[in-house]
Each structure stands twice: as structure tokens, then as C-alpha cells.
Design a protein around this ligand. Structure first.
Ligand SMILES: [Zn+2]
Length: 226
């Protein structure tokens, strides 16, 4: 059964943003690659509601690529990102005390001119969504759990392109996500924690939405832990 509140906006089937319907308008999760603003705004127009919030799972280029253009087009929209990944968004890639100091920030972090209007911590609410700690792919990666129907928007904590996989181990058919992962052991812990939420569906940054994903998440975790 498709999620009534969730619309996937895919760019070339390769990278996704999501629109989540709320009573006061739409929450946009991620902004895809540069050049995606028109497709995202068009999808919102077809849904007949304004984008009132832009919430980011993490600060990689294929998730923040259209942030500046969208924030300019939507000057009243809130812009939300985790406190930790806001640092890379502002151009700072240095590790924090207590983080694995040998873990490298991998993948593209181009930063953005847009300043967040609110910084997120796990447990915070964004409309009907609960912010869930999903660090590992990046140090401040978050997922969003829709408390109305247990849809989990997982960003790059999982990917489904070429088969469901965690960010902790390369999927031979789609290795890109793992190539961008900051700390695989932490990404594996996150994969387990997200599975423990028993989501009804899993919406990922790369690939199709997976309905009833728990068994596939178990298999992906087993492959990553092997
Ligand atoms: Zn990423």
C-alpha cells in the first residue's frame, strides 16, 4: 500500500528527495543534486500545497545540491539539519572530540550559502516526523520516522538501488553510498537501530521505496556484518 503522506521525487531514478504532507503544507526531505529545484517545486505544485520546511538527512552534495536555489525560491520555509552536519554545510570538515579521529569525511561536501533556521537533535519533531540518530554515513546523519504510519525516511543509512544495502558495506551493484561513508562500524550500528524501529516502509536517498522492509533490512545487516 503506498504511503498516503509521502511523495518521492526522483532525479533519473538515481537520487531522491521526498515531500511529506502535513496539515500546514509540505516538508521537503533533502534537495537532491544541483538542478533539481524545478522538479521538486513542480511536484509540490501538483500536490497543491506549499513547501513550508526543508529538512536535510545529511550534508552530501547529492542531498543539498538544490538547497540554495530552493531556499531562495521559498524564503519563508524553515531549513533544518542536524547540529553536527550543519558544520559541513558551513564548510567545516574537522572532526569533533570524541569522534573517531581516523575516520575521513568522504564524498562531496560542497557546503551551501543557506543557513539553517533550526538545528536538529535526535528526538526532535519536524511536523509528524521524529528525528532519529542515523550517524555513520556522515557524523551527523539523521533519519525521519513518520509517527502516523511508521514510514522511515532513511537518507543514505540504507540504499535500495541494486538491492537493499546498508551504508556500512559496498553493494557491488551500487557502491556509491559506501564510498561516501564516514565510519562503517557506526553505520552498521545505525542500520541495526533503524531496523529495531520496525518501519512499515523505507524511503531511501538512492533507489525505490521498500514496503514492509524489515526482512530485507535483516539480510542487508547480515551481509554488512559478515
Ligand atoms: Zn550521502
Amino acid at each position: 500500500m503506498p504511503a498516503p503522506n509521502l511523495t518521492r521525487v526522483s532525479r533519473f531514478g538515481f537520487v531522491n528527495a521526498y515531500l511529506v504532507a502535513e496539515d500546514d503544507g509540505l516538508t521537503l526531505i533533502d534537495t537532491a543534486i544541483a538542478g533539481s529545484a524545478k522538479a521538486i517545486l513542480g511536484a509540490a505544485e501538483r500536490l497543491g500545497a506549499p513547501i513550508v520546511r526543508i529538512a536535510l538527512t545529511h550534508s552530501h552534495s547529492d542531498h543539498i545540491g538544490s538547497l540554495d536555489v530552493l531556499a531562495r525560491a521559498l524564503p519563508d520555509a524553515e531549513v533544518l539539519i542536524s547540529t553536527r552536519d550543519a558544520r559541513q554545510l558551513a564548510g567545516d570538515k574537522t572532526p569533533l572530540p570524541g569522534e573517531p579521529q581516523d575516520a575521513k569525511m568522504r564524498g562531496g561536501y560542497p557546503g551551501a550559502q543557506t543557513q539553517p533556521t533550526r538545528l536538529l537533535e535526535p528526538g526532535d519533531r519536524v511536523g509528524s516526523l521524529e528525528v532519529v540518530d542515523a550517524r555513520g554515513h556522515t557524523p551527523g546523519h539523521v533519519a525521519f520516522l513518520d509517527l502516523r504510519d511508521r514510514t522511515l525516511i532513511a537518507g543514505d543509512a540504507y540504499s535500495s538501488l541494486g538491492g537493499l544495502a546498508t551504508a556500512a558495506k559496498a553493494n557491488p551493484r551500487f557502491p556509491l553510498v559506501k564510498m561516501g561513508t564516514w565510519h562503517p562500524p557506526t553505520a552498521l550500528e545505525t542500520a541495526r537501530a533503524l531496523r529495531a524501529l520496525e518501519p512499515a516502509r523505507l524511503a531511501v536517498g538512492h533507489g525505490a521505496i521498500v514496503e514492509a522492509p524489515v526482512a530485507a533490512m535483516d539480510r542487508a545487516i547480515a551481509r554488512a556484518a559478515a
